[in-house]
Design a protein around this ligand. Structure first.
Ligand code: FE2
Length: 260
């Protein structure tokens, strides 16, 4: 069993790239299931129903998200009814949508969980407590449980990996848009990587025009509407391989593709 995951798909530039390349990448890695983070897929902020449909129809099975999930109001029109759209489970209960779901992939039951970190991010419920609670709820109805931990701090993500090692099957980070090189299988069989990176422009600053961002850092004040970066493109992700009998992770491979 192979599960392909992708980091934050950023705006139209990232979307078009994934739409064009996904079938080849799926074939290359013989992927059975695809999860991608889409929290920035609509113009770099949030997601719309149209974008959700576009990503789903190109072959992404489940779309996870993060702190930008509410940025485009159109999300309220579909998040409740679409069980392939996941938002961080540690948002408070009045928020619509779901933080985890269980899917059938042939005979295999795959749980997908999304959590947000709280270090340098919104003060949500403690993600470690919520991970514990969800695990107890779904452990008997899942063969594989994947966690997209959308977090800023590498330390918080590594700590989460160790915390759920041997319970969750695969844990990967999103949000920073920069891939880390620490893909591994942890001591108790959980596949892990701190951040899988992003899908979109290589030439900007995490997807945004570089001149705009440099100006912003130098000015330390609002500098107007941001522009999206263009230029060379990248697809960042990882492929998690699981034993077909024990469902333990046997390998985590990074995907880092550059396109002119
Ligand atoms: Fe984010």
């Amino acid at each position: 069993m192979k599960i392909l995951v992708f980091g934050d798909i950023f705006a139209k530039y990232g979307r078009k790239l994934i739409v064009d390349e996904l079938s080849d990448i799926k074939a290359e890695y013989k992927a059975d299931f695809v999860i991608a983070n889409g929290e920035n897929s609509a113009n770099g902020k949030g997601i719309t129903r149209k974008v959700y449909n576009e990503l789903r129809s190109c072959g992404i099975d489940v779309i996870t998200s993060g702190n930008h999930i509410w940025d485009n109001k159109d999300v309220y029109n579909f998040i409740q009814e679409e069980d392939r759209m996941i938002r961080p489970a540690n948002y408070p209960s009045p928020c619509p949508g779901r933080g985890y779901e269980v899917y059938r992939v042939g005979k295999v039951r795959v749980g997908v969980v999304n959590l947000s970190g709280t270090t340098y991010l919104n003060p949500l419920d403690n993600p470690f407590d919520v991970a514990d609670k969800i695990y107890e709820e779904i452990k008997n109805i899942c063969d594989i449980i994947m966690l997209d931990f959308h977090a800023e701090a590498t330390s918080e993500k590594i700590a989460m990996g160790y915390f759920v090692d041997g319970r969750f099957s695969g844990v990967y980070g999103t949000h920073t848009h920069v891939q880390t090189a620490d893909n591994m299988v942890l001591e108790n069989g959980t596949g892990y990587i701190t951040d899988v990176g992003m899908c979109g422009s290589v030439d900007g600053v995490i997807g945004v025009d570089r001149e705009f961002i440099v100006k912003k850092f130098r000015a330390q004040r609002p500098t107007g509407k941001y522009a999206l970066a263009m230029g060379k493109r990248q697809i960042n992700g990882a492929v998690f391989t699981f034993d077909d009998t024990t469902f333990k992770c046997t390998n985590v491979e990074r995907i880092y593709k550059i396109y002119d």
